[in-house]
Design a protein around this ligand. Structure first.
Ligand code: SAH
Ligand code: SF4
Length: 348
């Protein structure tokens, strides 16, 4: 148990022998519905609060908080109980507040254009560590309510289905977030997509496509060699047919790499039979990938090109780039590394 949010009601009861059953229910509700720390659970006797402080896992701790976009984007670095670092981002929009959650410390998928991939894999997060990121963000967001969760932080969520599945249920049940407000993003983890298809909770699925040509996609996304585009299309067709949910594709436009007219034709041909919606963003800069994002003009042209080819597309506005909080920039750097980088930037 690495977080108080890893505990089921029965586990809490076991941790509190001699207490009446309603006490563990109060603690569970205080954590999930109330977003409370133990010392804030004033409906409990002080002695019980003191005991809880001793027996509950301490969970992730905030080591840094940065904000951008006039406070509408906030990024946290959280240190886990073994020292691993993950990042969580909160984004306020006019009508919703979205939390971008990490599911792994690092990522084993090794996509060349992504800072998380460049940093390698440390470990899977537990269910509680996933859920607790939402709690940290929701406490800050208050009195605004967190309305949407996207699993687009560090890691490949579907490679950690064992902990993601129960986390979806925690967020949906005790924390009251509708399944339609939860979006899982995957690079194309086929066994995970099958698990999601079989899952009764119908959450949204976003697939990070970035190329509809196997040779190019193999280079950008090593997992494509294991699950090429044809196999992916079959499992996605099954997902759409079974769940009746709309599928979306993420496409980070890279100058001269995946923003040509040929890419448009290939993407449209891939997306149309699946009735998928395409989200476009210019590639964000990362230290290990030297090719640039497409120009705003090319991004707009690409979006129009998709519409002309019968595919709906949205251009996403990048958030938090200057605090390395944008898509693909989460690296979970340690404080020491951050300080070193600060010194380096000051030198140049
Ligand atoms: N591993 C999952 C979830 C992480 S989501 C996945 O890849 O889908 C992070 C999103 O940001 C993905 O769509 C990813 O492809 C995208 N991304 C990664 N690096 C990026 C970059 N440098 N610029 C823009 N988007 C990037
Ligand atoms: Fe992992 Fe997604 Fe980054 Fe690829 S893009 S390395 S799957 S986090």
């Amino acid at each position: 148990m690495r977080s108080a949010y890893d505990l089921e009601l029965a586990d809490l009861a076991e941790l509190l022998p001699g207490e009446p059953a309603f006490r563990s229910r109060q603690v569970f509700d205080g954590l999930h519905g109330g977003l409370k720390r133990v010392d804030e659970m004033t409906n409990l006797p002080a002695a019980l609060r003191a005991r809880l402080a001793e027996v509950l896992p301490a969970g992730p701790t905030v080591v840094s908080e940065q904000s951008a976009d006039q406070g509408r984007t906030v990024k946290w670095a959280l240190e886990l109980d073994d020292g691993a670092l993950v990042e969580t981002v909160l984004m306020h929009y006019d009508r919703r507040s979205t939390v971008c959650v990490s599911t792994q410390a690092g990522c084993a998928m090794g996509c060349s254009f992504c800072a998380t991939g460049q940093a390698g894999f440390t470990r899977h997060l537990t269910t509680g560590e996933i859920v607790e990121q939402v709690v940290v963000a929701a406490r800050t967001a208050a009195p605004r309510r967190v309305s949407n969760i996207v699993f687009m932080g560090m890691g490949e969520p579907l490679a950690n289905w064992k902990h993601l599945g129960p986390a979806l249920h925690r967020l949906n049940g005790p924390m009251g977030l509708g399944a339609r407000r939860l979006t899982v993003s995957t690079v194309g983890h086929v066994p995970g997509i099958r698990s999601l298809t079989a899952e009764p909770l119908a959450v949204n699925l976003a697939v990070s496509l970035h190329s509809a040509d196997d040779r190019r996609r193999d280079e950008l996304i090593p997992l494509n060699r294991r699950y090429p585009l044809g196999v992916l299309a079959d499992v996605l067709a099954e997902y759409v047919e079974t769940t009746h949910r709309r599928l979306s594709f993420e496409w980070a436009l890279i100058d001269g790499v995946n923003d040509t007219d040929r890419d448009l034709d290939e993407l449209a041909a891939y997306a149309r039979p699946l009735a998928a919606h395409v989200n476009l963003i210019p590639l964000n800069p990362t230290p290990g990938f030297l090719v640039r994002g497409s120009s705003p003009r090319r991004v707009a042209e690409f979006a129009r090109g998709l519409t002309d080819r019968g595919v709906t597309a949205t251009v996403r506005i990048t958030r938090g780039q200057e605090i390395d909080a944008a898509c693909g920039q989460l690296a979970g750097r340690t404080k020491v590394e951050l300080r070193a980088k600060g010194a380096q930037d000051a030198d140049t």
